[in-house]
Design a protein around this ligand. Structure first.
Ligand code: GLU
Length: 439
């Protein structure tokens, strides 16, 4: 009798048993934010909700040690990650970020947002993300290359053109993608351009990829402005982050007649009520690495950025910037999320109650991965398209995806974020159901 009770199987109530602690919803970082977003969509999933637990657990998590020789003769160890959140719809896809604050749970959230984003624009990918906990500005070029190559080699067991395809993200660029492509190709013994996207044009990269995320931000911004009856010409825009996403979006809005009144980045916050000279600012950022020190603007306190009088706010830097603490102060009518995860769920609620329209990351910044998809297709076919064709296809996909999400938001009276999650999670879970469980 006693041995029978000891052998009692643990009762597993499908999907109800507690998550392991590192997956827990009490996580206050981006992963916890993501779980709250999933909980908001589950009531809208109908019968597919029975698969929803899948969304709360990354499929595969890899932590790697990245040791390299430093220029001063010492050996340094960096911690690297690659997370494949979901691969039901195709290979994993998502960027690699180098940042001193990167953590596993942040990369898990970023990989999950890639699953949602890729499904929202209907590119045939799952979601993945990688990162190294490092401040790349402190490395020499040689150290950066050695770290990138060793990291690529370590995650080489799970990436590949049909398995998981990295791309640029915060602090990574075309050169880093070239080293990743070369390292993977050397290890596999064949030239494999399709293993990463965001490569230099001469190495199988795509025209338009560098500007694609910013172009997508601009495209959905114009679509939403149209619905709101807002003119882009003359609109006042504030941008946080002036790199590959914020810089390009700012340039496109300025070219369409908007006034870029404030820009914030790691080097400070600048303001110019009449509108900043965007080409001059982009040149300044290219030369100095940040907006700080730009002569033709007023310097304001970083906190004051959230009080700036503007019509459109574009957070295009890091996660958790718009929180319950500052959401009540924002003056914009519309927020376009160029960054991943810039708004917490608590802030989302405040913004919604204040009638501020949020165009969520999972649709607003999907232009980058959309042109990554074009790059991957071009690499496979070794037939390259011109920039006009790429931009036209990008705009078509973004407008189509945005219109579908807008309709769901209207029909079901939910935020655009929940609407995007409804569209995307249904796609993910439908393929999950079709494929069934192995074994
Ligand atoms: N890092 C970008 C993102 O967050 C692009 C990912 C990709 O092109 O795979 O969407």
């Amino acid at each position: 009798m006693s041995h029978a009770s000891a052998a009692q199987p643990v009762a597993v109530d499908h999907g109800q048993h507690p998550l392991p602690s590192y997956l827990d919803a009490s996580n206050l970082g981006p992963w916890g934010n993501y779980l709250q977003q999933v909980d908001r969509v589950i009531p809208h999933l109908g019968s597919l909700a029975r698969w929803a637990e899948t969304l709360k657990r990354p499929k595969r998590v890899l932590i790697v040690d990245v040791p390299i020789h430093m220029d001063n003769g010492t050996v340094a160890h960096f911690e690297g990650y690659r997370v494949q959140h979901n691969v039901s719809r195709g290979p994993g896809k998502g960027g690699v970020r180098f940042h001193q604050d990167v953590t596993l749970s942040e990369v898990m959230a970023l990989s999950a947002w890639m699953s949602v984003k890729n499904a929202a624009v209907n590119v045939p990918y799952g979601g993945a993300k990688g990162g190294i906990r490092v401040d790349p500005k402190k490395l020499s070029l040689g150290e950066l290359e050695r770290m990138t190559r060793r990291y690529t080699s370590e995650i080489g067991i799970i990436i590949g053109p049909n398995k998981d395809i990295p791309a640029p993200d915060v602090n990574t660029n075309e050169q880093i993608m070239a080293w990743m492509m070369d390292t993977y190709s050397m290890n596999t013994g064949s030239t494999s351009t399709g293993v990463v996207t965001g490569k230099p044009i001469d190495l199988g990269g795509s025209l338009g990829r560098r500007e694609a995320t910013g172009r997508g931000v601009y495209t959905v911004g114009c679509e939403a402005a149209h619905h709101l009856g807002m003119e882009i010409k003359g609109a006042r825009v504030a941008v946080q982050g002036f790199g590959n996403v914020g810089g390009v979006a700012g340039k496109l809005f300025a070219e369409a007649g908007a006034r870029i009144v404030a820009v914030q980045d790691h080097s400070g916050t600048i303001y110019q009520g009449a509108g900043l000279d965007v080409p001059a600012l982009l040149q300044h950022v290219l030369e100095t690495g940040g907006v700080g020190g730009f002569a033709k603007a007023e310097v304001i306190a970083n906190e004051a950025f959230w009080d700036v009088d503007c019509d459109i706010l574009i957070p295009a830097a890091l996660e958790q910037q718009i929180t319950a603490d500052n959401a009540g102060r924002i003056k914009a009518r519309m927020i376009i999320e160029g960054a991943n995860g810039p708004t917490t769920p608590a802030a989302d609620d405040i913004l919604q109650s204040r009638d501020i329209l949020v165009l969520p990351d999972v649709i607003a910044n999907a232009g980058g991965v959309t042109v990554s998809y074009f790059e991957w297709v071009q690499d496979f076919s070794s037939f390259f398209w011109d920039e006009e064709e790429i931009n036209a296809r990008l705009v078509k996909i973004m407008k189509h995806a945005f219109a579908a999400v807008w309709d769901v938001a209207q029909d079901q009276k939910v935020s655009l974020r929940t609407a995007t999650f409804i569209v995307a999670c249904k796609r993910i879970l439908h393929t999950r159901e079709l494929r069934g469980l192995y074994p």
